[in-house]
Design a protein around this ligand. Structure first.
Ligand SMILES: Nc1nc2c(ncn2[C@@H]2O[C@H](COP(=O)(O)OP(=O)(O)OP(=O)(O)O)[C@@H](O)[C@H]2O)c(=O)[nH]1
Ligand SMILES: [Mg+2]
Length: 431
C-alpha cells in the first residue's frame, strides 16, 4: 500500500479532511499524515510557498510516495508543488483520486469508457498547457517539442469524440430498454444520493429476490447483488432489480453516488450512468440522516445540483439510517431541511424500519394509473389477452358472463390504450 499525505486548503474556517481520507482509503492508499491551511489561493503553489515546503518535509519524514490534495489544482500549480517534493513523489488531486477509484471499480465496458472519457477530459487542458509552454521555450533546434505536444492534443480530441460516439450508442440501447420495460408495465424507480448514503442497502431491502433469475437473459443489467460497503463509491455501474411495493411492478435501479465539488466535465462523463436516474419515473433521493445537519445540507445541495438540469422525474427524499438517530433529533433535522427535502420518509435500510411507509409513498408518487373495464367476446385470443393484462396491469376482477368476459383493471395510460386496441381487434376477428 502506498503511504500518502493528505492536504487541503480552504479560504476560511477549518479544513475538513474526513472525506478525502475516506476517498484515499477507498482507492487503497495508506494515509499516514495530513496537513491543512486556511488562506487565499496562491497562484503558483495553491498553498503558500512555505506550506508547500512544509508539505515536502512531511513527505520526506513519513517516507510517503504520494500527496493527495483535496483542491482543484491548476496544471502549473501541480507542477510547481511537485518540484518542491522529494523526487518521484506523485501529486494526486481530488479528481485524479476519484478517477482512480472509478478506474479500479469499472467492470463494464460502459464504466470503462466513462472513466477513459473523464481521464482524457482531465488531460486535455494539461496537454494544451504543455504545448504552450513548449512553444514559449521554442528555440532553434528545439522545434520538435511543440509540434509533438500539439499532436497529443489532436489525439486526445479524436479519442474523446470516438468514446462519446460509443457511449451515445450505449445510451440509445439503454433508452430503448427503458421503453421496453415501461411497455411491459414496469415503473422505473431510481435510487440516487450522495456516496455512502445507503442506496445499495436500501435496494437489497426493497428488492423482491424472486424473479431476478428469470429475467437475467432479458435484461443484462439485472444483477442479483447490489453490493453495499462502508466505502465511498462501492457502486459504480447500475444494478436493476424488481421491487415489491404493492400493486405496481417496480424496477428499482441502484447507481453511482454523487459527490461534491466535481467539475462539470466529470459529471458529464458519467451522464449515461446517471440517465437511469434522470429518465426514471420516480427518483428516491437517499440521505444519510445520521450525519450532522450541516453535512446533510451540503450533500442535499450537491444532490440537487447533480439532478437539477436533466432530471425529469418527481423526487421523494428518504432519510436513511434512522436507527442511529433519536426521534427528537430527526424532527429537528426534518424541520431545518424542509426546503431542500420536503416531506422526507424516514427509514432504516439496515433494520428495515419503516420500509412499508416508503413503499406506500413510492406507489402514491408514481405517475397515476388509469382505471378501465373491458367487455371481451370469447374469441380464440381472448384468454391470451387476459393473461397479457395480468402481466402488464393490475387486474381487479375477471367475470364470465355467458359468451363474454368482463375485466376490470388499472394500468399506465399506454398500457390501457394498448389493451383497448387488442380488445377491438378481438371483436373484429371472424369466428
Ligand atoms: N446504521 C445504518 N447503517 C446503514 C444503513 N444503511 C446503510 N448503512 C451502512 O452504510 C454504509 C454504506 O451503505 P451502502 O448501501 O453501500 O451505500 P451506497 O449509497 O450504496 O454507497 P456507494 O455505492 O458507495 O455510493 C454501509 O456500511 C451500510 O451498512 C442504515 O439504515 N443504518
Ligand atoms: Mg452503492
Amino acid at each position: 500500500m502506498t503511504r500518502v499525505v493528505v492536504a487541503k486548503r480552504v479560504d476560511r474556517g477549518d479544513a475538513d479532511l474526513s472525506e478525502i481520507t475516506d476517498l484515499a482509503r477507498a482507492a487503497g492508499y495508506d494515509v499516514v499524515a495530513s496537513l491543512t491551511q486556511t488562506r487565499d489561493e496562491d497562484p503558483a503553489f495553491h498553498f503558500g510557498e512555505g506550506k508547500a515546503e512544509e508539505l515536502a518535509s512531511l513527505v520526506a519524514r513519513e517516507d510517503a510516495g504520494a500527496v493527495i490534495i483535496d483542491n482543484r489544482l491548476g496544471p502549473y500549480q501541480t507542477y510547481n508543488i511537485a518540484q518542491k517534493l522529494p523526487t518521484d513523489t506523485e501529486v494526486v488531486d481530488r479528481f485524479t483520486l476519484i478517477l482512480e477509484i472509478f478506474g479500479q471499480r469499472a467492470s463494464t465496458r460502459k464504466a470503462q469508457l466513462q472513466v477513459e472519457l473523464a481521464e482524457l477530459r482531465y488531460e486535455l487542458p494539461r496537454a494544451e498547457a504543455k504545448a504552450s509552454l513548449a512553444k514559449r521555450d521554442e528555440r532553434p533546434g528545439f522545434m520538435g517539442l511543440g509540434e509533438y505536444d500539439e499532436s497529443r492534443e489532436r489525439d486526445i480530441k479524436a479519442q474523446i469524440s470516438r468514446i462519446k460516439n460509443e457511449l451515445d450508442s450505449i445510451a440509445e440501447k439503454e433508452e430503448t430498454r427503458r421503453e421496453q420495460r415501461r411497455e411491459s408495465g414496469f415503473d422505473l424507480v431510481a435510487l440516487a444520493g450522495y456516496t455512502n448514503a445507503g442506496k445499495s442497502t436500501l435496494m437489497q431491502r426493497l428488492a423482491a429476490d424472486l424473479e431476478v433469475g428469470e429475467n437475467d437473459d432479458l435484461h443484462p443489467d439485472l444483477d442479483p447483488t447490489a453490493e453495499s460497503q462502508d466505502k465511498l463509491f462501492t457502486t459504480l455501474g447500475t444494478t436493476t432489480r424488481r421491487a415489491e411495493t404493492g400493486k405496481r411492478d417496480v424496477l428499482l435501479t441502484d447507481t453511482v453516488g454523487f459527490i461534491s465539488d466535481l467539475p462539470h466535465w466529470l459529471v458529464e462523463s458519467f451522464k449515461s450512468t446517471l440517465d437511469s436516474v434522470y429518465r426514471a419515473d420516480l427518483v428516491l433521493l437517499v440521505v444519510d440522516a445520521s450525519e450532522s445537519l450541516e453535512a446533510m445540507r451540503e450533500k442535499l445541495v450537491t444532490s440537487h445540483d447533480t439532478l437539477y438540469e436533466r432530471n425529469e422525474a418527481p423526487i421523494v427524499t428518504v432519510f436513511n439510517k434512522v436507527d442511529k438517530v433519536d426521534d427528537e433529533e430527526l424532527e429537528e433535522k426534518r424541520a431545518a431541511l424542509s426546503a431542500l427535502a420536503p416531506n422526507p420518509v424516514p427509514v432504516s435500510g439496515l433494520t428495515g424500519e419503516n420500509i412499508e411507509e416508503l413503499t406506500e409513498r413510492v406507489e402514491r408518487a408514481l405517475p397515476a394509473w388509469e382505471q378501465e373495464r373491458l367487455l371481451l367476446p370469447m374469441a380464440d385470443d381472448t384468454m391470451s389477452l387476459v393473461s397479457w393484462l395480468y402481466d402488464h396491469a393490475h387486474v381487479e376482477s375477471e367475470e364470465y358472463e355467458g359468451e363474454q368476459v368482463l375485466v376490470e383493471f388499472e394500468a399506465r395510460p399506454e398500457i390501457v390504450e394498448k389493451a383497448r386496441a387488442k380488445a377491438s381487434s378481438l371483436s373484429a376477428a371472424p369466428n
